[in-house]
Design a protein around this ligand. Structure first.
Ligand SMILES: [Zn+2]
Ligand SMILES: [Zn+2]
Length: 249
């Protein structure tokens, strides 16, 4: 949180929207996003067919309305929305955001996600991030999902409460795991404490994360939120791999 505040202060002194967050070229600060014209053109917006449930982009020409994961099993969450298809540019942005101490990307990437969410006219009561294990968050200095969620909550003018849903243990990295292993890996990891359930009960929740792969993490969170009394759980992510999930994710 301290890092987030510091970034906000630094942003006032040295505005970060004068450089494209993707290629670093100087940009006009009155552009709607922190991306130059050519990066806006090459970013993989999810303007193609997407899965009707989880929102994952589908391969062009695929006739199904659902991705392969949603066909195999029902989701706990109601709908998923993703802003971009996970490609080279998106991967670089997320890596810089997560691993290179660039907390201010949270606001920039949230701006792009908001564009995607605007058209959906979602009715939500509260915005929550997919939580990070406490020790990990301490080491990194911030939870990237939390920074995205906070900025989306500000835009939607809805409460943001990162403490309601917690991650009790760190999980193994999901990459390389099949669907069943991913589900096992996440089982029992997320918790809403009894005394906090009141704040979830009867609410439509918007759950925010940076990347959507098979959706096992989002499902693990949604299951716990519904058990705590949430009436709906929507999931918003910055990027999602095309279906079926590419091995690079
Ligand atoms: Zn650029
Ligand atoms: Zn799907």
């Amino acid at each position: 949180m301290r890092k987030y505040l510091m970034d906000t202060v630094l942003d006032l002194i040295y505005p970060s929207n004068i450089y494209c967050i993707s290629c670093g070229k100087p940009i006009n600060d009155n552009l709607p996003y922190a991306l130059c014209d050519s990066c806006v053109r090459i970013i993989n917006w999810t303007n193609q067919e997407t899965c009707e449930v989880c929102g994952k982009p589908l391969r062009i020409g695929k006739r199904d309305r659902l991705c392969s994961d949603c066909q195999k099993r029902p989701r706990f969450f109601n709908r998923g929305f993703t802003c971009t298809r996970y490609g080279t540019l998106e991967r670089d942005l997320i890596h810089r955001f997560k691993y290179h101490d660039q907390a201010y990307y949270g606001r920039k990437l949230a701006d792009l996600m908001i564009e995607r969410l605007k058209v959906e006219d979602l009715q939500v009561d509260i915005v929550l991030p997919v939580p990070m294990y406490k020790g990990k968050e301490k080491r990194r200095g911030y939870n990237q999902a939390s920074l995205l969620a906070k900025n989306i909550a500000i835009y939607l003018e809805k409460p943001f409460n990162p403490g309601l849903l917690i991650r009790t243990t760190d999980t193994l990295p999901m990459s390389g795991l099949g669907i069943t292993d991913r589900r096992d890996n996440i089982e029992g990891v997320f918790v809403v404490k009894k005394e906090k359930q009141r704040e979830i009960c009867g609410k439509a929740v918007l759950l925010v994360d940076d990347v959507f792969t098979t959706g096992s993490t989002a499902d693990g969170c949604a299951k716990v939120l519904l058990k705590a009394g949430a009436v709906k759980v929507y999931v918003a992510t910055f990027a999602a791999g095309i279906d079926p999930v590419e091995s690079a994710l």
